[in-house]
Design a protein around this ligand. Sequence first.
Ligand code: HEC
Length: 399
Amino acid sequence: MRITTKLTLIISCLLMVLFITLAWASYRHDQALALQETVDEARTIARQIVEIREYLSLVVRVEQVEQNAGLTPQVAATRIALRLTQDSPYYVRQVSLRYRNPQNQPDAYERETLQQFRGSQLKERFQIVGEGNQKALRYLLPMVADQSCLACHGSFEQAPRFVQQRFPRGHPSYNYQAGELIGAISVSVPLSSLQQTILKNMRRELLLEGLIVLLLVAVTGWLIHRTILSPVAKVAEGIETAANSGNFSSPIAATNNDEIGRLVNSFNELMAELERRTRQRHESDERYRNFIEIAQSPIVTFLPDGKIVITNQKAEKLFGLSKDELLGQSIFDFMADPSIVRQGIENYFSAGSSQLLGNSNRHTLRDICGREIEVEMVVSVSQSEHEAMFTAILRTIKT
Ligand code: HEC
C-alpha cells in the first residue's frame, strides 16, 4: 500500500473519530439545549396563564361572570391557553386535587406533583415521563389562591349564586384560604416533536461537519503529498536510477530547507562521494593495468576460483593467447598440477596465511598448444571490498 493511501486512511480514521465525537457531543448539547428551551417555553406559557387568571379574578366582577360564564377565570384561561398553543406541540391544562369540573381532574403524574407542591415550597416541577412514543416533557406550575379567588373558592355562603348552584354546599372546591395551593398549570410536550427539532438541527450540522472533514482530508492529503511524499519519492527514484545505472553524478534538486531538503542534500553528498570513489577506483585500476602492462615479467591476476581478470602482454605471449581470449579463463587450466595453488588459496582463506603467498615456487605450466613451460611463480594477494584477488608474477626458467 502506498504511503499516501496509508496516511490518508489514518488521517481519515482519526478525523472520523473526531467527527463522531464532536457529533455526539453536539447531539448531547443540542438535546440539553432543546430540553432547556422547551422547559422555558412551558414555563412562559404557564406563567402567562396564571397572570391571565389572576388579572381576570381581580378585575371581573361576579355579576359580569353571572352574565357571561366565559369570563370565569378558569374558563377564560382555558380558552386563551387553547388559542395560545394552537399549532404548537404544547398542551395546557389547569388541574386541581379538589376540582369542580371533571375535565380538570389531575392524571396520575399531576396528582403526584400536586401532592408534592402541597407539602413543600416547590416553585415548579418538570420531568420527562413515559416510554417510547409516549415520552413527554411534563411541566407543572403551582397556583395559589389569593384574596380575589376566595370570592368563588372561599366559603359556600360567600360564593356567588351561579357557583352555589353548580357546586352545592360541602363540595370540596370551597373553603380555600388565601395562600393555599389551589391547583396547577400543567403543560406537556411530546418528546417526539422535541426529537424532531434536534434531528433537523443534527442533520444540518452533520452535513456541514462532514463537508469540513472531507475538505480537511483532501487538504492534509494534498499537503502531505506535496511536502513529504513527493520529495521522498524523488529521492527514492534518484537512488534507484543511480543504483541501476551506476551513474552517481546527477544530483537531485532540493526544494526546501526542511528535513526532506536535508535528506536530499545528504543523498547528493553521498552520491558525490560514491562518484569520487568510483572514479578513484577506476583510476587506480587503470594505473595498475598500465603498470603491469609494461612490466618485463608475465603477470596474471585471478580470483580465488582461478578466473583470470587481468593479464599483461608478456603473460599473453607466454600462454599463446590474446588478452580477450585469456581473460575469463581459469589459471588452473594452464597448470600441470593446479592442486598446489588451489590448496594454497584454501589455506589462505581458512588459516589467514599460506606458504603459497610471497614465496617463489616452481610450477609447470602448459600453453595453449600443450607445450610445457617451467616457471618460478610468486603469488601475492590483495583484498578488495568484495573479494580477494591473487596476482602471480612468473619467470620462465630456461631448460
Ligand atoms: C368568579 C368566580 C371565580 C373566581 C374569582 C375564581 N374562580 Fe376558580 N373556578 C371557578 C369556577 C366556576 C370553576 C369551574 C370552571 C369549569 O367549569 O371548568 C373554577 C375552576 C378553577 C380551577 C380548576 C379546577 C376545578 O375546580 O375545576 C382552578 C385551579 C381555579 N378555579 C383556581 C382559581 C384561582 C387560583 C383563582 C384566583 C386567581 C380563581 N380560581 C378565581 C370560579 C372562580
